[in-house]
Ligand binder design. Structure first.
Ligand SMILES: [Mg+2]
Length: 229
């Protein structure tokens, strides 16, 4: 059995920055500060780390209650932002065909490993009708540190199936060097895809096990699984 853990933003979907806009609006609603996310780096990071950075830039302290309030306002904003009929929101190339093919295979278990909070992930995927493909996930709710998320996913896999999974049978799929680093930290296989802000060469420098421009040629992806590497 192989456990495939997909990142969401710019790996499966491009939400045309709905998440960033929704967080910016939520931050303004709660703290009265405009453009509070402007200096914050989002790529490959967890929502909790992003929120904590935004607070730090404003000289505010993190508190559990602040985060819970922020989450509920953010989720409402995100539902609005993702539903807006503007240009640019799309599934990344080949994603739907690949997921459909993977779902039919009995040797593959599909999950998410994302820096999104669980509910934010569900809102984003719901818009693209992708939630039903994934049987488990690890989210920012589990840890602020992305490198702790593979362990959460592996544990959920065990709870669901009664099976143990070896890290070498875990594949972490994402669009940033942090996704690759996350895989390495768990001794999992990394599959990088250059559909985000990082170029093929940028990602190559982070030494992923496998690297694609996108998933439009799904045979290339399926070959990885066939090789059992
Ligand atoms: Mg991403």
């Amino acid at each position: 059995m192989k456990l495939l853990l997909f990142d969401i933003d710019l790996t499966l979907i491009d939400s045309a920055r709905s998440g960033r806009r929704a967080m910016t609006l939520a931050f303004e609603k709660l703290f009265g500060i405009k453009d509070g996310m402007d200096k914050v780096n989002f790529a490959g990071r967890t929502d909790r780390a992003i929120f904590r950075d935004a607070l730090t830039y404003q000289g505010l302290e993190w508190q559990k209650e602040k985060e819970e309030n922020f989450k509920s306002v953010y989720f409402e904003q995100l539902k609005t932002e993702i539903a807006k009929p503007n240009s640019g929101k799309h599934l990344e190339p080949g994603v739907l065909e690949l997921l459909n093919e993977l779902r039919r295979r009995e040797d593959v278990f599909l999950g998410l490993l994302t820096g999104n909070w669980r509910q934010g992930a569900q809102i984003k995927l719901e818009h693209f009708n992708l939630n039903h493909f994934f049987e488990l996930g690890a989210f920012a709710d589990d840890s602020e540190n992305r490198n702790e998320l593979p362990q959460s996913a592996a544990q959920r896999f065990s709870e669901k199936t009664g099976l143990q999974i070896s890290p070498k049978n875990v594949f972490i799929i994402g669009d940033t060097p942090l996704d690759i680093a996350c895989a390495k930290s768990f001794d999992a296989k990394s599959i990088a895809v250059a559909t985000g802000f990082f170029s093929y060469e940028d990602l190559e420098a982070a030494k992923p096990d496998f690297l694609f421009m996108d998933f439009s040629v799904r045979e290339n992806f399926l070959r990885i699984l066939a090789e059992g590497k």
